[in-house]
Ligand binder design. Structure first.
Ligand SMILES: Cc1ncc(COP(=O)(O)O)c(C=O)c1O
Length: 446
C-alpha cells in the first residue's frame, strides 16, 4: 500500500484474501529476478514463456526512453506512426513467403480473437458466410476471451463459462507418449481423424487453429514431423483456413522465427505475442497471408484503443532488431541442445520424470506415478504445483502445465539469451528441486 498511509498507520483497503501470497519482485537482470529479501530466482520459464531477451537489456530501455520522449500514443484511426509501420515491416520480413500484412493488438488472447474474426470476415468476403466456426485441438489453449476460449481444449479454464462459449467442435491433438504405435502409424491415425472431422464440418468451418507446440495445455507437447504439413493439406482439401497460434512459439522460441517453419508450413494467419515484446510492453499481432489480407483492402479489422501504439511498437521493433543483431536464434539452437541433453540425463536419473519433449528453448516433461507403465501422477496430488514450489524454494522458476485431465506437466523455457553457464545453474537447481520433491512423495531415487 501507499507508504505514507502505512506510516500513518492507515490499514490497506485492498482485499488481501484474494491477493496471492508471493515474494515481492523488486528488480531483475538477465535471467535473474531478485525479491525484496535479495533472493536470486533463475527465470527458467521466462515468466509464462514471454521474456525472450531476459530482463533489463540496456538497448531496449534506451529505445523505450527515446520513443517515450517523442510520442507515446496516437490513435491508429487518426494517425499513422513510423514505429508501427517499421514493426509491421520487420514482422512481414520474418514471416513465411506470401505474408504481406499485420495488425497489432495488446495480447495473445486479443490476437487469437482477431484471427477468429478475420477468418469469419474472410469467408463472408468470398461469399461463404455460413463458414463461421474455428476448430481447435482437443489439447490446446488460445486465451481467455470468449472466442479464444471457445477454440481452446482446456477443460479447467473453460469450466466456469461453459454456457457462454461458442459451440465449436474440437479436433484431435497428437499425443503419442502412451501409444505403442509407430510414429508413422500414429501420424496417419491422427491425420485421418482430422480428415473425418473436417469432412463432416467443412461447410460451417472457417478455420483450424493449431499451436505448433502445445504450451500451457500440453506441457510443450510436440507433434511428430509431418503433422503440421499434413494438417495444412487437409485444410486445403476441405477449404478451411489454417491459423498458427504462435503466441509461445513465435519470434524465435523454438530456434526458428516461427514454429511452423519446422514443418515448412505456410499458414493463412499467424498469431504472435509474448516473446515479441519480451515482456517490456504488452503486445501481440496477427500476421496475414495475402489470401486473407486481400479481404481487408476496403475494411480494416476492428481493433482496440491501444492497438499498435507507437511506444509498444518501438519497443517490439527493438526486440526483433536485438535478436537479429545478436544472432539469438543460434543461441536458442545451441542452448536447446544443452537443455535437451540435461533433461534427458535427469529423466534417466529420476525416472518418474518422463515424456521429455520440445524444441529450441521450449521443453516439457510429465510426472509419472509408474515410470514403467508411464502412468501419470493422480490429479488430486497437484504434483506439478508442488514440483514448481520445490523448484521455487531452490530459486528456480518453472511453469506448471497440462496435460488434461491430469495437469501433471512442467515447462522449462528460459530466456533465449541464456548462457551455457546459466543453463547449468538452471539444471542444478532443477535437480535440487526434484530431490526435495522426491522426499515429499517418498520417491526414493536420491
Ligand atoms: C498458445 C497461446 N495462445 C494464446 C494465449 C493467450 O495470450 P495472453 O495471455 O497474452 O492473452 C496464450 C497464453 O498463455 C498461449 O499460450
Amino acid at each position: 500500500m501507499n507508504a505514507k498511509l502505512a506510516e500513518a498507520g492507515v490499514s490497506s483497503r485492498v482485499n488481501m484474501s484474494v491477493t496471492p501470497q508471493l515474494p515481492y519482485a523488486s528488480r531483475a537482470q538477465g535471467v535473474f529476478i531478485y525479491d525484496e529479501d535479495g533472493n536470486d530466482y533463475l527465470d527458467g520459464s521466462a515468466g509464462p514463456m514471454a521474456v525472450s531477451l531476459g530482463h533489463g537489456v540496456p538497448e531496449i530501455l534506451d529505445v523505450m526512453r527515446e520513443q517515450a520522449a517523442k510520442i507515446c500514443f496516437a490513435y491508429r484511426t487518426q494517425f499513422n506512426t513510423r514505429s508501427k509501420e517499421a514493426l509491421i515491416e520487420a514482422l512481414i520480413h520474418l514471416a513465411p513467403e506470401g505474408f504481406d500484412w499485420a495488425f497489432l493488438v495488446n495480447s495473445g488472447s486479443e490476437g487469437t480473437e482477431l484471427a477468429l474474426r478475420s477468418a469469419i470476415h474472410y469467408w463472408e468476403y468470398v461469399g461463404k458466410p455460413e463458414k463461421v466456426n474455428v476448430l481447435g485441438q482437443s489439447i490446446s489453449y488460445h486465451g481467455m476471451t470468449m472466442g479464444s476460449l471457445s477454440m481452446s481444449g482446456h477443460a479447467s479454464r473453460r469450466k466456469d463459462y461453459a454456457s457462454l462459449l461458442h459451440e465449436f467442435d474440437l479436433g484431435v491433438t497428437p499425443y503419442s507418449f502412451r501409444t505403442p504405435k509407430s510414429d508413422e502409424d500414429y501420424l496417419n491415425e491422427i491425420l485421418a481423424a482430422w480428415d473425418r472431422v473436417l469432412t463432416e464440418k467443412a461447410a460451417t468451418t472457417a478455420g483450424v487453429i493449431v499451436e505448433p507446440i502445445v504450451g500451457a495445455a500440453g506441457g510443450a507437447l510436440t507433434p511428430p514431423d509431418g503433422y503440421l504439413s499434413g494438417l495444412r493439406k487437409l485444410c486445403d482439401k476441405h477449404d478451411v483456413l489454417m491459423i498458427a497460434d504462435e503466441v509461445i512459439t513465435g519470434l524465435g522460441r523454438t530456434g526458428t522465427w516461427f514454429g511452423c517453419e519446422h514443418d515448412n508450413v505456410v499458414p493463412d494467419m499467424i498469431v504472435t505475442a509474448k516473446g515479441m515484446s519480451s515482456g517490456y510492453t504488452p503486445m501481440g499481432a496477427v500476421l496475414y497471408h495475402h489470401r486473407v489480407s486481400s479481404s481487408f483492402s476496403n475494411a480494416q479489422p476492428q481493433g482496440h484503443t491501444f492497438s499498435g501504439n507507437p511506444l509498444s511498437s518501438a519497443v517490439c521493433l527493438a526486440v526483433v532488431q536485438y535478436m537479429e543483431r545478436n544472432n539469438i536464434l543460434d543461441n536458442v539452437q545451441a542452448r536447446g541442445r544443452q537443455l535437451k541433453a540435461g533433461l534427458e540425463r535427469l529423466s534417466r536419473a529420476h525416472p518418474w520424470m518422463g515424456g521429455v519433449r520440445g524444441r529450441g528453448l521450449l521443453w516439457g516433461f510429465e510426472l509419472l506415478a509408474d515410470p514403467a507403465k508411464r502412468s501419470p501422477m493422480a490429479t488430486e496430488f497437484e504434483a506439478n504445483r508442488k514440483f514448481v514450489k520445490h523448484c521455487f524454494d531452490a530459486k528456480l522458476v518453472i511453469y506448471p502445465a497440462g496435460v488434461a485431465p491430469y495437469n501433471n506437466a512442467l515447462i522449462i523455457s528460459p530466456p533465449l539469451t541464456i548462457t551455457e553457464e546459466e543453463l547449468n545453474i538452471l539444471l542444478d537447481r532443477l535437480e535440487t528441486g526434484m530431490r526435495s520433491f522426491e522426499k515429499e512423495f517418498g520417491l526414493g531415487t536420491s
